[in-house]
Ligand binder design. Structure first.
Ligand code: NAP
Length: 282
């Protein structure tokens, strides 16, 4: 299949390349192609003439989105509308990458794929707008939601926790934010599997099981062999940021499981990542 990846230099865009080996791959990203500029995007898409576009490009800085909601909509809303229009114009299928932040996060039980969207911050609103555009413009699409993505080399939660723990021996981590940590390698493999099914629709492809940020940090410390670190649970109201995340926005994978696409439990995926990319204390 001829596949074009938007945001090819980002965390997921990078991981998709080995996962999709065997396909005819091409990628676009800033500064050459800006998805908010329709004409340049259409030129790039017509040059590659893909059967499928995997749209990972986004303004992913949630705090930046909170400070500049217009830019959040421009990149995530309008940008995705342009990608969907390009798919329609050039006859390509689309994979659109979305987030658990399209949900309000007020359901301690978590969310199934078809539950109503009700985002509680500008990033979530811009990503909900993106989903709306994909659904209204296309019929051959997959929307893939995920949460708490981590990747090698990324400035991610795992490395932030380890670096602070090693420097200070003390952590304060929020206990009232719950979601699914997701290893980018597992997500990329699941997407590579999904696109062969033609079972178009909406999917939750995070590693299975959910935890709070505090529990995630405890597991990182345990797996890294860091024993003498104090990890104090705090409430998000004690940790002020420009963006307010949804408190309980765990994703349940019902639609993917029904067609045989599941991701392993998050502690197992974390162990695999840590083995490869994190030095264990002895
Ligand atoms: N990271 C997470 O925890 C998480 C959680 C849930 C959902 N998601 C979703 O998953 C997808 C992939 O996330 P990621 O972590 O791989 O993102 P990422 O590492 O931030 O990569 C996004 C890429 O898109 C590019 N981009 C930004 N604005 C653009 C524009 N106007 N035109 C073209 N390209 C543009 C970025 O370029 P620059 O770096 O130059 O800006 C970057 O290369 C996103 O749709 C995100 O919303 C992520």
């Amino acid at each position: 299949m001829k596949i074009l990846i938007t945001g090819v230099l980002g965390q997921l865009g990078t991981a998709l390349q080995p996962a999709l080996a065997g396909h005819d791959l091409a990628g676009i990203d800033l500064p050459e192609v800006d998805i908010t500029e329709r004409e340049g995007l259409f030129t790039a898409v017509s040059r590659h003439n893909p059967d499928l576009i995997i749209h990972t490009a986004a303004y992913t800085d949630v705090n930046g989105c909170a400070l500049n909601p217009e830019l959040a909509y421009k990149v995530n809303g309008l940008g995705t509308q342009n990608v969907a229009l390009a798919c329609r114009e050039f006859g390509a299928e689309m994979v659109h990458i979305s987030t658990n932040e399209v949900f309000a996060g007020d359901r301690p039980d978590g969310y199934e794929e078809w539950m109503p969207l009700n985002p509680c911050n500008p990033y979530g609103r811009s990503k909900a707008a993106a989903e709306f555009h994909v659904r209204s413009l296309l019929s051959r699409y997959y929307i893939v939601r995920l949460s708490w993505l981590y990747a090698p080399g990324g400035r991610n939660f795992i490395h932030a926790i380890l670096s602070r723990a090693r420097k200070t021996g003390q952590l304060r981590v929020v206990v009232d934010e719950v979601a699914n940590p997701t290893y980018v390698k597992d997500l990329a493999a699941a997407i590579a599997n999904l696109i062969t099914t033609r079972q178009y629709g909406t999917y939750h492809l995070s590693n299975s099981g959910a935890c709070s940020r505090w529990e995630f940090a405890n597991e990182i410390l345990r797996q890294a062999g860091l024993k003498n670190v104090t990890n104090t649970p705090i409430l998000s109201k004690e940790f002020k940021r420009p963006s307010t995340p949804p408190p309980y926005a765990a994703l349940h994978n019902i639609a993917g499981t029904a067609i045989g696409i599941t991701l392993r439990p998050w502690p197992e995926a974390l162990a695999n990542y840590m083995e490869k990319y994190v030095k264990r204390e002895v």
